[in-house]
Design a protein around this ligand. Sequence first.
Ligand SMILES: C=C(O[C@@H]1C=C(C(=O)O)C=C[C@H]1O)C(=O)O
Length: 114
Amino acid sequence: MTEPEMPDEILGLRRSIDNIDAALVHLLAERFKMTRRVGELKAVGGLPPADPTRDQEQIARLTSIATDAGLDPAFAEAFRAFVVAEVIRHHELIAAEFAASGRQGELPPLDTFA
Ligand SMILES: C=C(O[C@@H]1C=C(C(=O)O)C=C[C@H]1O)C(=O)O
């Protein structure tokens, strides 16, 4: 049995979906560059990787933005938590590398835009 033909509208929608997926990957790559630098600055300053106060501010802000945008706020929070968990993992690695390097108090070179 042959499958029904894919409607042109679905093919057009998929082109936009692919563009959006590409934009999301680019945005995440830029975000991780920024959070990596935050992780370096925290390691130098002796600050912990996680910041629960900042988390609460972000959750409140994103819940409001998601609701206004018609996106399920529970999904927005799950996505934020997924991304931040990876950020914290990076920060822990950066802190461990910094502690092992013996460069206490020195700021690593800025490579945010590398
Ligand atoms: C990037 C930071 O570190 C962690 C990661 C966050 C994030 O990815 O947005 C927010 C708070 C922290 O738990 C930060 O403190 O700004």
